[in-house]
Write a protein that binds this ligand. Structure first.
Ligand SMILES: Cc1ncc(C[n+]2csc(CCOP(=O)(O)OP(=O)(O)O)c2C)c(N)n1
Ligand SMILES: [Mg+2]
Length: 642
């Protein structure tokens, strides 16, 4: 089923009906309201919230549960296994629809609600809309303290749902049913505002959500929320083009905003016309849709050495739709040109102003188009020395890839780099790979070829282990065609495999590729680089003598676990087996889990940048002390840009 395609028939009421009202409970009003909300972008109208996920408890079963049963014909209800997961599903769905649409998530009070906090943070940090509907404690309070109520010693009106405030872009607690009349339109506005969007939380006290109120009929009329493109101010374009005219080594950093604004063509046009190379962030991966001599790949800590070399020497950096996190800027140590200037196109003033940039507060496409037009008028053209430096950096990296990454090291298991290479070859136009934590996101940023329609959805705003499988379900709900590859480590699989049950229940096929490297290996790699000792990161049994996790590696049957939830599973050791499994998986209708034994301590070449992750200032271990000194040297490369 494709919930995006679900649309109710228009609800139109006559002028005299409009002032009439209908008595509904708060939950019934909410369910009816959600069924008449649409978003519109570039003339395409879709249901803003086409479905609701949930897990019922005493906080929502008699209210929203009843309302969905009686009034929810156009709001299909999906059951999740864990409240955190359902928010991740909504995040995956929202990203795949490029923020035109999202899902609602209902939870009971207490633990169900707090389980959503991590999902909410994932949504808000990634600037992706989700609607959260946690149950809440009684408003009347005549019952005394209810099951799962936190009794705050000095703030009687605080409930655990207040934990959702800092991770929400809008929060309201409905202590009277009629408050929905104000709260819900504001919730929809925030969800559809490109600059403000994120998690929106409407907390529903258990008693209030079953209470009735005469809601005006007009409240339930269809409403379309236009997602607008903000045009740039001409003055900011004039200033920006002055910078472009004089720059000798300009470079672009393309972030998630390029995708949300569908600015791919505008990006390519500006890049080609002015000869500006493009590096991509995690969220911006795939911004350059066809291979180009100006595509540098990833930037920053998990970027390519090619991208980082060009950015290191850039004298003008044009940041488009990016939050410029430390992974992108290498903790603000990447940009080393003494006179480097920054230009930012962003819908969010907060992000635009970072690094003391000259800001173009605008939609990415409109900003890029205006800049390209102004640059053409000003006669900005490619600079040949810059072009050849870019070509040289690209060539060096691609040679290194064939020499060091896509080759089998003797006596070793398959490397994660080889695995990604095979998966990339198997992927076709319209397929999507999803990743969030462990080695996969960084390695995908570095070597996944996202051109030719092989989409890459990396959640690296929160880099939340456990996001991936549920998010894959969300992608599948938005994209009925093409394979959805969820690429995760064994640690992430163990944290949250259970939405595979939901995949089976709803016939939402995902293909999970698990790199089994027997531990939290990316963190062990960091530990060795910054502390110098391996401790507590591998999946090994306790060694009695050392009393540490240094015994034999655990034997975990991931395939059996996946099969128990209705998936088809493979255990893979060789490249030939992997190719065959991926072929079979494409024709399989069930969800698939391909468990690949990968070399534990073999990593991709580094990105050749520094990162601010500090070793301890004090240690009795000379190796740790040495690493601290090395770190402090790197600290000198960190710069202040305003
Ligand atoms: C919920 C959560 N807890 C902890 C972390 C910190 N963390 C980042 S990567 C990682 C290891 C992941 O292990 P695995 O999935 O096996 O991937 P690998 O590192 O082996 O590639 C951990 C613990 C996180 N990102 N998310
Ligand atoms: Mg692992």
């Amino acid at each position: 089923m494709n919930p995006v395609a679900t649309a109710s028939s228009p609800v139109e009421s006559s002028a005299e009906d409009r002032d009439k009202s209908v008595r509904l409970t708060a939950a019934q009003a909410l369910v009816r309201f959600l069924q008449t909300q649409y978003s519109e972008f570039e003339g395409i109208r879709v249901r803003l919230i086409p479905a609701m996920f949930g897990i019922f408890g005493h906080g929502n079963v008699t209210s929203l549960g009843q309302a969905l049963f009686e009034d929810g014909a156009d709001l299909p209800y999906y059951q999740a296994r864990n409240e955190q997961s359902m928010v991740h599903t909504a995040v995956g769905f929202a990203r795949a629809t490029r923020r035109r649409s999202t899902l609602a998530c209902t939870s009971s009070i207490g633990p169900g609600a707090t389980n959503m906090v991590t999902g909410a943070a994932t949504a808000t940090i990634n600037r992706l809309p989700v609607l959260l509907l946690p149950g809440d404690i009684y408003a009347t309070r005549r019952q005394g303290n209810v099951l799962q109520q936190l009794e705050h010693a000095v703030s009687a009106d605080v409930s655990v749902n207040d934990c959702l405030r800092p991770v929400s872009r809008f929060f309201d607690r409905i202590s009277r049913p009629e408050q929905l009349l104000a709260a819900l339109p504001e919730a929809m506005r925030v969800l559809t505002d490109p600059a403000e969007t994120g998690a929106v939380t409407i907390a529903l006290p258990q008693d209030v959500s079953t209470e009735a109120y005469p809601f005006p009929i007009r409240f339930f009329e269809e409403r379309t929320w236009r997602i607008e493109r903000r045009p740039p101010h001409p003055a900011s374009i004039r200033e920006a083009v002055e910078l472009l005219k004089t720059a000798a080594r300009p470079a672009i950093i393309a972030g998630g905003g390029v995708h949300y604004s569908e600015a791919w063509d505008a990006l390519r046009a500006l890049s080609n016309a002015c000869g500006i190379p493009v590096a991509e962030t995690f969220a911006g991966k795939g911004s350059v849709r066809e291979d180009s001599p100006l595509l540098l790949g990833g930037v920053g800590l998990e970027g390519t050495p090619a991208g980082n070399r060009v950015l290191r020497e850039a004298d003008l950096v044009l940041c488009v739709g990016t939050r410029l996190s430390d992974f992108v800027t290498a903790s603000r140590s990447l940009f080393q040109h003494p006179g480097v200037r920054f230009l930012s196109i962003n819908v969010s003033g907060h992000d635009a102003a970072k690094l003391g940039a000259l800001t173009i507060l605008a939609d990415a496409r409109l900003g890029l188009e205006a800049l390209a037009a102004a640059a053409r008028e000003a006669g900005v053209s490619p600079r040949p020395p810059h072009q050849s430096a870019v070509a040289d950096a690209r060539l060096q990296w691609s040679e290194r890839l064939s020499r060091e990454v896509f080759v089998q090291a003797p006596g070793e298991a398959m490397s994660q780099g080889q695995l990604i290479g095979i998966l990339n070859q198997a992927a076709q136009a319209g397929d999507t790979v999803v990743a969030a934590a462990g080695g996969p996101p960084g390695d995908l940023l570095k070597i996944w070829d996202a051109t030719g329609g092989r989409n890459c959805q990396i959640e690296f705003g929160y880099s939340c282990m456990g996001h991936e499988i549920p998010a894959g379900l969300g992608v599948r709900m938005a994209q009925p065609e093409g394979e959805v590859y969820v690429f995760i480590g064994d640690g992430t699989y163990l944290m949250n495999p259970t939405e595979l049950v939901t995949a089976t229940q709803e016939d939402l096929k995902v293909t999970v590729v698990v790199a089994e490297n027997h531990g939290f290996q990316v963190i062990r790699r960091l530990q060795l680089a910054r502390v110098g000792r391996s401790f507590g990161n591998e999946f090994r049994v306790r060694d009695r003598a050392s009393n540490r996790l240094e015994g034999p590696y655990l034997q975990i049957d991931f395939a059996k676990n996946a099969e128990s939830m209705g998936a088809r599973a493979w255990r893979i050791r060789t490249i030939a087996e992997l190719r065959l499994a991926l072929e079979d998986a494409r024709t399989e209708t069930r969800s698939c889990v391909i468990v690949v034994e990968t070399e534990k301590h073999r990593f991709l070449p580094g990105s050749e940048v520094w990162w601010d992750a500090a070793p301890p200032e004090i240690s009795r271990d000379p190796e740790t002390t040495r690493l601290r000194t090395e770190y402090e040297q790197g600290l000198r490369t960190q710069r202040y840009f305003g």
